[in-house]
Design a protein around this ligand. Structure first.
Ligand code: 5GP
Ligand code: MG
Ligand code: MG
Length: 183
C-alpha cells in the first residue's frame, strides 16, 4: 500500500495537516504557560495519543516528563461502558507531581473520567486533561477538561493517531472514512 492510498480512503477531511498543527501549537502554548517551572508529567493514553504527545511536547519549551498508560474499556461495539481495565500502568510515582493526561479524543468521556479519578488517588499535586478532539457527548459527563484542541461533530473520525481496525493512525490529517472502506 502506498502512502497516498491511505488518504484516498477518506470521504471528508475534517482537519487538514495545517489545521492539525495549528491546533497543536495553540494547545502547546497554553500548556507551556500554565506548567512553566512545574516539570509536569505528561501521561499519554495509548495508542491514540501518540501523535498528539509527540507533537505537543516538541512544541513546548519547558521541561516535561512523559509516561504512557494503556487502558481497555469494556463496551459493546463502538461505545465505551466506563468499565476500564489497566493494560499497561505508568512507571512513574505520581506523588507530588503535576500530571497532565493527554488524549486523542473524548467521546462519551467515560474512559477519561475513570482514568482521572484513578490518577487522582495516587497523591499527585494536580491532574488535568488535555484532549486534541472532543465530541458533543463528552459535554454530558461531569468531567473537567482544561485543554481542548477542537470540538468536532458526532462522527467517527480517523487519522493523527486515531484508528479504524488499527489502520489510519499514520495519517497526518483527520477525516471521516469513505463508505467503500466499511463494505
Ligand atoms: P470515551 O470513553 O470517551 O467514549 O472513549 C474514548 C475513546 O474511544 C478514544 O480514546 C478513542 O480511542 C475512541 N474513539 C472515540 N471516538 C472515536 C472516533 O471518532 N474515532 C476513533 N478512531 N476512535 C474514537
Ligand atoms: Mg484515546
Ligand atoms: Mg481505537
Amino acid at each position: 500500500m502506498e502512502a497516498q492510498d491511505v488518504q484516498e480512503d477518506l470521504s471528508h477531511v475534517l482537519l487538514s495537516t495545517e489545521e492539525v498543527q495549528a491546533t497543536i501549537a495553540e494547545l502547546a502554548a497554553k500548556v507551556d504557560e500554565d506548567y512553566a517551572g512545574k516539570n509536569p508529567l505528561i501521561v499519554a493514553v495509548l495508542k491514540g495519543a501518540i501523535m498528539v504527545v509527540a507533537d505537543l511536547t516538541r512544541a513546548m519549551s519547558s521541561h516535561v516528563d512523559v509516561d504512557f498508560m494503556a487502558v481497555s474499556s469494556y463496551g459493546s461495539g463502538t461505545k465505551s461502558s466506563g468499565v476500564v481495565r489497566i493494560v499497561k500502568d505508568l512507571d512513574t510515582d505520581l506523588t507530588g507531581r503535576h500530571v497532565l493526561i493527554v488524549e486523542d479524543i473524548i467521546d462519551s468521556g467515560l474512559t477519561l473520567s475513570w482514568l482521572k479519578a484513578n490518577l487522582e488517588s495516587r497523591n499527585p499535586a494536580s491532574v488535568e486533561i488535555c484532549t486534541f478532539l472532543r465530541k458533543p457527548d463528552a459535554m454530558k459527563v461531569d468531567i473537567d477538561v482544561k485543554y481542548v484542541g477542537r470540538d468536532i461533530p458526532n462522527e467517527f473520525v480517523v487519522g493523527y493517531g486515531l484508528d479504524y481496525a488499527e489502520k489510519y493512525r499514520n495519517l497526518d490529517c483527520v477525516g471521516t472514512l469513505a463508505p467503500h472502506v466499511y463494505s
